[in-house]
Design a protein around this ligand. Sequence first.
Ligand SMILES: Nc1ncnc2c1ncn2[C@@H]1O[C@H](COP(=O)(O)OP(=O)(O)O)[C@@H](O)[C@H]1O
Ligand SMILES: [Mg+2]
Length: 311
Amino acid sequence: MSLDEHVIEVRDLSRKFGAFTAVDAVNFDVRRSEIFGYLGANGAGKSTTIRMLCGLLAPTTGHATVAGKDIARDPVGVKRSIGYMSQRFSLYLDLTVQENLQFFAGAYGIGGKKQRVAVDAALERAQLQDSRNVITKSLPGGVRQRLALASALIHKPVILFLDEPTAGVSPDSRRDFWRMIRGLAREGTTLFVTTHHLDEAEYCDRIGLMVDGKLVALGTPPELKREHVAGAMFALADTDHRALRAALAGDARVLQIQPFGRRVHLRVDAALGTPVDIQSMLTGRGVAFGEIQRIEPTLEDVFLELVGGAS
Ligand SMILES: Nc1ncnc2c1ncn2[C@@H]1O[C@H](COP(=O)(O)OP(=O)(O)O)[C@@H](O)[C@H]1O
Ligand SMILES: [Mg+2]
């Protein structure tokens, strides 16, 4: 099996609800063992896309294959090849950890000794060996999320779909979760992950950005930054962004001025590449400024460029 092999192929995939188009002629491929991040604000069409790709919702028009199976003609085949963690985790809260895993194994036709082996492996993967008899309801969010992930993996799917897996969990749990995701990708599992956390998107090999049902950008994080965020970026300390804006008004070399926490991000023509260039530009304009640092754009900057600060 080649690493360049596409395990997901999506062609002009659309889904309407009545007259409303939730997913609008989307095209992309996902390679084996890739972590593909599907980004977008609430309502952008992420879950609708995932539900189509998991064989749970029929497309209105267009095509897609998942693990070589056509989502419209063979949704049952698709469901067997994939794992799916929905936005709400779908665990049985009144069952124990072990009972949840047994339930999911059973749902995939894994019984007897095979089930015991699969459940033990899942408990180990999620580091839940000591909690096997704990009622799921009493687990903290991050642990519950690990259990949901382990449940979605119980039948060793080749592709795993995760719909906002880190919504509402602590930053520490989010980090642990991403460590598990990267481990899975290294072992050869393909991951399709939706998120609206832009910092998490940096962990993805490639990203598709959805805005109002349309895929508006597709590429690796460095590609997206190069393509969509022109010029050189600097962080300025001890500067008021309004004063800076007024002082630099009309200067064609200035591309963007954006407050960012306690600093101001200034994006300028690439010809101004060093802090000294910025210093000489600002000196004599009557604006106070402190330390100036050259910085790399983040996916947040990409998002701002593409969505126009609507997020
Ligand atoms: N079953 C449905 N019936 C009608 N509208 C829906 C349905 N499911 C989703 N939508 C609408 O489609 C749009 C995209 O929803 P969704 O795919 O859930 O977005 P996301 O997951 O990016 O937040 C939203 O405007 C949502 O209200
Ligand atoms: Mg959603």
